[in-house]
Design a protein around this ligand. Sequence first.
Ligand code: GDP
Length: 439
Amino acid sequence: MFDNLSIKLDKAFQTLKGQGRISEINVATTVKEIRKALIDADVNYKVAKEVTDEIREKAMGQDVLTAISPGQLLVKITNDELTALMGGHSEDIKIDGNPAVILIAGLQGSGKTTFSGKLANYLKKQGRSVMLTACDIYRPAAIDQLKVLGEQVGVEVYAEPENKDAVKIAKAAIEHAKKNNHRIVIVDTAGRLAVDEEMMDEIARLKAALNPSETLFVVDSMTGQDAVNTAKAFNERLNFDGVVLTKLDGDTRGGAALSIRRVVDKPIKFMSLGEKMEAIDRFYPERMASRILGMGDVVSLVEKAQEVFDQEEAARLNKKIRKNQFDFNDFLSQLEQVKKMGNMKDLLGMIPGMGKAIKDIDIDDNSFKPIEAIIRSMTLAERENPDILNSSRKNRIAVGSGTSVQQVNQLLKQFSDMRKLMKTMNKMGGGKRALSALN
Ligand code: GDP
């Protein structure tokens, strides 16, 4: 995410490397580079200028005797400015009314339907009773898509495929939700490829008729300044409450994320980083700023782990590790949980300093496939006790998993090293502590 921007900002700060103190000349050069980086990232020109003017002013106002180097100081000031630019603090969605209605608007292809499914899943995990409603009366495929997603996350989807009146469908959905004790109704609406009057009219009528407690505008972040312009057009007509940025996993520039808040004056509330139903995050401006500046985002990483790691399973594994009984079945179970956390490269990028280190390395989610295939080709007895793996068994596993004996041996060696490490940690009494930090 935002790799290009991060690299360019890093280069900008490099111009201050070795400089002992802040001066008008060295700050001017760095600030110019920062502005260039922001404009290259497709940040709105006016916004880029405002932000960099502020960075310069703040840097020049600093006491030259501060303990930190000019480079560190400028990173800190830029971090604060980018945080402010994206809204300063995180804003939650409002859930009022019975049922509370959440209206989802945006262009076709922006990721509305996918996001509706994700939001339903997100709210359901918080213990709320949610229902989805398909109000795209033009594309029957959109109704089917929502039904599939609803089934996937275990949320009821209300639809009337024959009805061509979106307002009537949504009203009937609300009645249905009331009868069935669903407290939140998410209304997925129709989009067009570009902003047009008919679409704006329909979504405005839906908003007026439903009085939603939250209207969210969904936009594809990869479209940069177009995203900002579309947001402006929707906001003028709809006065929405918040923005959802999708496809950030594919956005190397970051222009939409950085300009939309200031241009439209509405908070970004959620971001979406992939196609999986779990790939949804609340938007935290301060965390996003530190990710952009290559400072990582450990808080989100830990939260993600807490969210997807099944507590009971974690406790069971914890116990097995303490008894030195951790086997390949447990390993497989851990692998499954890590995969649920989302895109590997994005996860690694949340570790401070890691984003830059792995920017050119191709880490895809398939990296685990050979490991999984090898473990799945083992019998249960072999998974529990890998010591019984002689060469004929290893051969069978290599053939069965489509890998080589060398890869099987490599995994066995890694697994055995891992077990040794766990044993040592247990002896030192650290294993329990380290694991309970994750629980
Ligand atoms: P809609 O027309 O606005 O309802 O858009 P869809 O929800 O159908 O999404 C359009 C396409 O974008 C689909 O192929 C989705 O799988 C994909 N998509 C949605 N959100 C994301 C995301 O955050 N990341 C990526 N990579 N793809 C996404």
